[in-house]
Design a protein around this ligand. Structure first.
Ligand code: SF4
Length: 423
């Protein structure tokens, strides 16, 4: 691979994938590669895939076809969760040259150096049980906010989820390393860090997944003291891992924002059991009530899955009513879809797809109303907004501490600044 000097990326899926694409990109850039936009000509194209997205396979094929039409001689590398789960399927897509599994994605430089355009794709992937170690990554958004990955993998076994099979057991960085990275990011002008992971509250298992000397609360306390970082958000935390001490700390912190995202998945204990979640609805309600008692202004986002097998109309109604009563600010609604090798495939009866979609719509409407209500509660209040600038737009955008989105005309002096804003 003598002349490959430009590289382009496409990321599917979550913030974790975006932060890992950024890390992979930095590895290649350090080796002399120049980064290009995905729709530009490049010598190497890297697609970072997701196992949660529906039609991951179709999307991957479509992207590879696009590359082939535009640039048939370029090398095509596929990595990410889907590449770990279905390496052979991906390798069979015409035009793919290299498939990198979970353990190999951060060794991309070596693999790309050894690669040449050939007839069949090379697969570099091992059994997920052998995946060890932790690779820190972060992505920076206009130098204002960064998604910092501090934890990877998951040792839970929710019956619908393929992530443990795609990313392996729960592993994490150390508190000391994360603090060092936060200091480095502060030095580059970053103001806000969003702590990201697969099961963030499980932080502290070390790079082997076997350690137990640190926990997520230790990390939160240590980050509070990093000079220059003015805001932290916790991207998502399981309700059973969101302890009173974390909530109390956030309530008294000037840096951890009054904003939580807490996966719920269902408001029916029957469905939570079938999903193999580690809590009941009562615990979830208790977490929300405790947060709201200490921080009435706190934003709370909820993940919920509709149409899980066995979810009757009555079960769905129970979830709807539970959410309606709950003092939360917005919902992320996911429609259940079948995934190979998951326990949920054995659960019957299956919910018809059109019913799943109707339920999704019902909860999305509820989410809209919750968001409106939450925003209206704060009208007239003055809150702090961190503004981000968009080079090609006459507008700028930012979020209040409690995650209300503010859009206004672009002002260069407000970019990456925290401004008092009356809602
Ligand atoms: S907690 Fe459950 S849903 Fe979340 S990554 Fe782990 S297994 Fe998947």
């Amino acid at each position: 691979m003598a002349a490959a000097k430009t590289v382009a990326f496409h990321t599917l899926g979550c913030k974790l994938n975006f932060s890992e694409t950024s890390a992979i990109s930095r590895l290649l850039e350090n080796e002399g590669f120049e980064k290009r936009a995905f729709d530009e000509q490049a010598d190497v194209y890297v697609i970072n895939t997701c196992s949660v997205t529906d039609n991951a396979d179709k999307e991957c094929r479509h992207l590879v076809r696009r590359i082939q039409r535009k640039s048939p001689e370029s090398l095509v590398v596929i990595t990410g969760c889907y590449a770990q789960l279905k390496p052979k399927e991906i390798a069979a897509i015409p035009g793919v040259d290299l498939v990198l599994g979970a353990a190999e994605k951060f060794n991309i430089v070596q693999h790309v150096k050894e690669l040449s355009k050939g007839d069949s794709a090379k697969i570099c992937s091992c059994d997920i049980d052998e995946v060890n170690g932790f690779n820190a990554s972060f992505s920076v958004n206009d130098r204002t906010r960064t998604f910092l990955k501090v934890q990877d993998g998951c040792s839970y076994n929710c019956s619908f989820c393929t992530i443990p099979m795609a990313r392996g057991k729960s592993r994490s960085d150390t508190v000391a390393n994360v603090v060092t990275t936060a200091n480095d990011l502060a030095a580059t002008g970053v103001k806000e860090i969003i702590l990201t992971g697969v099961n963030l509250g499980d932080f502290g298992k070390g790079t082997t997944g076997l350690e137990n000397q640190e926990n997520f609360f230790d990390l939160v306390k240590a980050l509070e003291n990093v000079n220059g970082i003015e805001r932290y958000r916790i991207s998502s935390i399981e309700p059973n891992l969101l302890t009173n001490e974390i909530i109390e700390f956030v309530a008294n912190s000037s840096k951890f924002m009054p904003h939580f995202h807490i996966p719920m998945q269902s408001g029916s204990n029957k469905i939570l059991g079938l999903m193999r979640r580690r809590y009941k609805k009562e615990l979830y309600a208790d977490r929300v009530n405790f947060i709201k008692t200490l921080m009435p202004h706190c934003a709370i986002g909820v993940d919920v899955i509709v149409g899980f097998p066995g979810e009757t109309a009555a079960d769905f109604q129970e979830t709807f009513e539970f959410l309606q009563e709950l003092d939360v600010s917005y919902l992320h609604v996911f429609t259940y879809s079948e995934r190979d090798n998951t326990k949920a495939l054995e659960i019957k009866p299956v919910v018809p797809v059109n019913t799943r979609l109707e339920r999704n719509k019902t909860l999305r409407n509820l989410s809209y109303m919750k968001m409106q209500y939450f925003t209206q509660q704060h009208i007239g209040q003055t809150r702090k907004v961190l503004f981000e600038g968009y080079a090609k737009s006459a507008m700028m955008e930012g979020y209040t501490d409690n995650y209300i989105r503010i859009t206004t005309s672009h002002r260069a002096d407000w970019v990456n600044s925290i401004i008092s804003w009356t809602i």
